[in-house]
Ligand binder design. Structure first.
Ligand code: PLP
Length: 634
């Protein structure tokens, strides 16, 4: 727990049990309901679902929807705020039907709606948002079809808000609304100057990709008045970036957005809603700080910053409190899913050495390296001797490589020198493990001595942001957390790409390049979880190396049995056939081609007929199989 910080990033949902296994408390309001992850692993194995697997806890989704809506309701009541909260879930954060369905279901008592940012998402929102009285907020760039669909939603009685991202969209919307004779609900997105802090800070500010300038907003309002549609202008929207790390940026945005709302009100455009966009962050690294992968506030502080900030502006300006809309996606979905991958091997830079005894006419570089390795000081605790050993060994290692390239050192001598070098580094590593201060160059050595645990998954499919934007995701073993981990390692995936790795971890309160994990035991599978993958990671991955979507299990808990759970659904991931078809192959034709090749070998007597049938079946089984490695049965 101390190393992996589970309770710091776990949001009350994850903890470590006395047995060392990861535990899930799907609803922190019912702390007695605890699911042991080892039991989930057994269930997955029993159902013959192959790893890697995405495990979704639907109770967590429900709980997060309730948490956010309750936080707003409480803050509104505490502040005596006059408006209400009318939140929406932005589909783009996780578009999976089951996820959206669950959120809509959980949001029913709160009139919680949906946000869509593309035509496909709008089509989904039209069909899925069945919560009466809720909003459907439509962001993103729009074409004529988009506008017609939004107006069709109005015709069906839905509260579809078309948020104008650029001025020309307003002209298009007004033209089609008049043609169809349907009153739209119109929002305008403001380009406000308050900027988020963190990786998404370019979402706000003058150079933001979306939104209208203040001048354009005023022109838009006046244009609507001239068209007799000013009563349709209902919402002011802004979004200053996802994963806001510092609460100050939320307050600044509210102060600025609130002023725009108030001024519009005074200009006789009484908007009903202020939509503050997304941005509610997640504490991925558990440091509760302004680190890029953290945030220095809680959900309650975020919500109360919005409610109280807006109340303050409205009271100063003497305008009514607007209804509040937020579009939190990350905070709703991040915790509910994780990726379970099995460690299938260990890669070490110094795994196997050669025999290093002295040869009669060996080169002096080899003898010098051996002298260091056999120096009794190396087994002592003299810090200076250690530093000197490191300097000398590094020097001879470089010399050995140069000498090899110049054909002075043989391959065998180079191997001996390297073996001795790694023996020295291993000894230094052990010495420095107990020291408080490690010189920089020796820290690098520690990193190169660390292992790489080869995990059966693809970073590009399952944790795209760790590769694309250095996002930190919490990683922890699912079992054995009551044993001291003694292997420092980074994780590498099975793609043929050296970027396919995870080498940024939160260990204790530090961000490190290696994570302490447990030694692998023969015949005992070791599983590692990648957590908080429910927001963006679940849906942004690609098929690099043709590794497809993962198998999924959806877990629900029973209220009346605190330790039990059930797998409501298994969703099978992509088969090889699926990913090949997406890439325009014809798997059936491929199987026929390969069969023809086998038949030819059979006809020529190179393969026996029975063997030919076996090869044909094997090829077809692989084409129908999972795209990931099939670990050997213990
Ligand atoms: N709304 C808009 C307009 C966005 O662009 C985003 C994401 O960047 C969101 C909502 C969701 O933000 P978050 O996931 O930070 O809640």
């Amino acid at each position: 727990e101390r190393i992996y910080g589970v309770s710091r990033w776990g949001g009350g949902y994850f903890s470590v049990g006395d047995n060392g296994n990861l535990q899930i408390t799907p609803n922190p309001d019912s702390p007695d309901v605890r699911i042991d992850f080892k039991a989930v692993l057994s269930e997955i194995q029993q159902k013959d679902v192959q790893f890697p697997v995405v495990v979704r806890f639907h109770d967590i989704l429900r709980s997060q929807v309730a948490r956010l809506n309750t936080a707003f309701a409480d803050a509104i009541e505490d502040a005596g705020y006059q408006g209400r909260y009318s939140g929406v879930y932005p589909i783009k954060v996780n578009q999976m039907r089951e996820v959206v369905e669950e959120i809509v279901y959980a949001g029913k008592p709160f009139q919680y709606g949906l946000e869509a940012g593309s035509k496909a998402e709008l089509l989904a929102a039209l069909a899925m948002n069945t919560n009466e009285g809720s909003l459907t907020v439509l962001n993103g760039y729009k074409d004529e079809e988009f506008m017609r669909l939004a107006l069709m939603g109005r015709k069906l009685g839905n509260r579809m808000v078309v948020v104008v991202e650029k001025y020309s969209e307003l002209l298009l919307l007004v033209r089609i609304a008049k043609e169809l004779g349907i009153d739209p609900i119109i929002g305008v997105r403001a380009k406000i100057t308050a900027k988020g802090r963190g990786k998404w800070e370019s979402s706000g500010g003058d150079k933001a990709k979306f939104g209208l300038t203040i001048a354009e907003i005023i022109n838009a309002a006046r244009y609507l008045k001239s068209e007799g549609l000013d009563h349709c202008l209902k919402l002011l929207h802004f979004h200053i970036g996802s994963q806001l790390t510092d609460i100050r940026s939320v307050r600044e945005a509210i102060a600025e957005g609130g002023r725009i709302y108030a001024e519009l009100h005074k200009m006789d455009f009484p908007l009903q809603y202020v939509d503050v966009g997304g941005g509610l962050g997640i504490d991925y690294d558990g440091t509760a700080s302004t680190n890029d992968s953290s945030r220095n506030y809680s959900i309650q502080e975020y919500v109360s910053g919005i409610v109280n900030g807006m109340k303050e502006v409205c009271e100063l300006e003497d305008v009514p409190h607007p209804d509040l809309v937020s579009e939190s996606g990350r905070a709703i979905t991040a915790h509910h899913s994780c990726v379970v991958t099995q460690v299938v091997g260990e890669i070490r830079s110094n795994s196997s050495g050669v025999e290093t005894s002295a040869a009669d006419d060996e080169h002096i570089i080899v003898s010098n390296m051996r002298d260091i390795a056999e120096n009794p000081l190396l087994n002592g605790d003299d810090r200076r001797a250690m530093q000197q050993a490191f300097n000398d060994a590094s020097h001879y290692k470089e010399q050995a490589l140069d000498a090899f390239k110049l054909r002075v050192l043989s391959l065998e001598e180079l191997a001996k020198t390297e073996t001795l070098y790694w023996q020295i580094m291993q000894r230094l590593h052990t010495y420095y493990a107990d020291e408080d201060f490690i010189p920089d160059e020796l820290q690098e050595m520690a990193h190169s001595l660390s292992s790489q645990y080869l995990c059966n998954f693809s970073v590009f499919q399952s944790a795209a942001d760790t590769w694309a934007i250095d996002q930190l995701l919490p990683v922890a073993p699912l079992t054995r957390m009551n044993e001291k981990p003694n292997v420092s390692c980074s994780l590498v995936d099975i793609t043929c790409d050296s970027d396919g790795k995870i080498d940024q971890f939160a260990v204790g309160r530090e961000i490190t390049q290696v994570l302490p994990l447990h030694e692998l035991k023969a015949g005992e599978p070791y599983f590692v979880g990648l957590f908080l993958t429910g927001a963006y990671q679940d849906v942004m991955g690609d098929m690099h190396n043709l590794f497809g979507r993962l198998n999924e299990v959806h877990i629900f808990s029973y209220d009346d049995d605190p330790e039990d759970f059930y797998v409501e659904e298994v969703v099978h991931g992509s088969s090889v056939k699926d990913v090949l078809t997406i890439m325009q192959y014809n798997p059936q034709a491929m199987a026929s081609d390969v069969k023809r090749m086998i038949d030819r070998q059979v006809a020529e007597g190179n393969i026996k007929p029975r063997e030919g049938v076996q090869w044909t079946d094997f090829y077809e089984a692989c084409i129908n199989g999972y795209t990931y490695l099939k670990p050997q049965k213990p």
